[in-house]
Design a protein around this ligand. Structure first.
Ligand code: AMP
Length: 383
């Protein structure tokens, strides 16, 4: 493939924080960036050369956008495949429709992973109260998840097995869901892989993740909790996923580490991932630069880590009523880096930014990231 060189124009579907950090990396490399989404003054639009504001099914606008860019990528997998296939007739879309179609639907995704010989949580496709009843009897405890369009624990319900399946199913109000057996995991971690157009593959070392209210809270690397052999297997599993789906770009595999030290896949996200934000400050090439390199057919960058790091998410919850977090107190820590996404309204549970702390050890980095986040709430901020 002839590389798409700096100076060319990269298209991004979606305009949130992942698009923003992609656009920053792309512009640093000398590319132009155009983002497309239904929203205005978005995190990505604020740093792009052009912000297209149209619904994804406005095919006239989609065609015009596609004709003006050299390659298109995306920041979230829940884009209608019809839009992606439309664009593919005019410009390459990386990752392509096969990867997206697989990642968009939990049952399709898990079935595909199992066909590749990779372990997932036990699951059943649920289309009725009766199927839910059978599934609960089989798993005892489980998590019911909408089959499509779920993220950050949205569209999920923990079930203990003694619920009234009829009531749960009618309250869930969907045609199709997946019931997963509850996994009693030791910990959760992710592997972020990068695959170029020529099949080159690299992966960052496993990143340990902790969640709060189903939303990622803190990520840390290196992850001493993940035995080396498990990490190597998880990286090979990530390679298998990307090779089988012929993914060009970045793909994150989220894992559970079971009590008997087996890595099993929770889900895949065919794009940079929240857990990989620490690569911006801690690694030679960050996940967003890798996304640019991969989709442009350039050689991939190094995934080597320069020093231990931890990332703490900043949700809207950190904002005091009518005021601002105490940015000065957190920034007074010289090894803390602040990333804000340009979102105007701080709502509870909304991802507004993150802090990355660098440390001499992973534990020191976690302690610094979390204490810096606490300092944000120590008052002193004004509007
Ligand atoms: P998901 O949106 O599927 O990534 O789920 C969000 C979080 O819910 C995960 O990161 C886990 O902490 C938890 N979770 C999801 N599925 C399961 C499962 N089958 N067993 C135990 N915990 C789960």
């Amino acid at each position: 493939m002839t590389p798409i060189l700096p100076g060319a124009t990269l298209g991004m579907l979606g305009s949130g924080q992942l698009g923003r950090m992609f656009a920053i990396a792309a512009r640093r490399l000398g590319y132009r960036v155009e983002v497309f989404s239904p929203d205005r003054d978005t995190p990505a639009g604020q740093v792009a050369d052009v912000e297209w504001v149209h619904p994804y099914d406005d095919f006239k606008a989609v065609d015009q956008f596609a004709r003006g860019v050299d390659v298109v990528t995306l920041e979230f997998e829940n884009i209608d495949v019809a839009c992606v296939e439309r664009i593919e007739q005019q410009a390459p879309v990386r990752p392509g429709a096969l990867t997206l179609r697989t990642a968009q639907h939990r049952s399709r995704e898990k079935t595909a992973l199992q066909k590749m010989g990779l372990s997932t949580a036990p699951f059943r496709l649920i289309r009725s109260a009766q199927e839910l009843k059978v599934g609960l009897a089989e798993f005892g405890e489980g998590i019911l998840k909408t089959a499509a369009f779920g993220y950050d624990g949205k569209g999920q319900q923990r079930l203990h097995g003694n619920e009234d399946a009829g009531q749960v199913w009618s309250d869930f109000a969907t045609d199709e869901a997946v019931l997963e057996g509850f996994v009693d995991f030791r910990c959760e971690f992710s592997v972020i892989g990068v695959r170029g157009a020529n099949g080159d593959f690299r992966a960052y070392a496993p990143i340990l993740n902790t969640h709060h209210n189903h939303i990622l809270d803190v990520s840390v690397s290196p992850a001493a909790e993940i035995p080396t052999a498990v990490g190597e297997r998880a990286i090979e599993m990530t390679r298998t996923v990307m090779t089988q789906l012929d993914t060009i770009g970045v793909l994150c595999v989220e894992f559970f580490l079971t009590q008997d030290q087996e890595p099993i896949i929770n889900e895949i996200a065919p794009r940079p991932h929240n857990s990989g934000h620490l690569t911006i400050d801690a690694h030679v090439s960050c996940q967003f630069e890798q996304q640019v390199r991969a989709i442009c057919g350039l050689p991939l960058g190094s995934v080597a880590q320069r020093q231990p790091a931890a990332m703490a998410n900043l949700l809207g919850d950190v904002w005091p009523e009518g005021g601002l977090p105490n940015w000065v107190a957190a920034l007074a820590q010289p090894r803390v880096k602040l990333h804000l996404y340009g979102k105007q309204e701080a709502r509870v549970g909304r991802k507004m930014g993150h802090l990355t702390a660098l440390g001499d050890s992973a534990a020191a980095a976690v302690a610094l990231a979390t204490s810096a986040r606490e300092m944000l709430q120590a008052g002193g901020g004004t509007t």
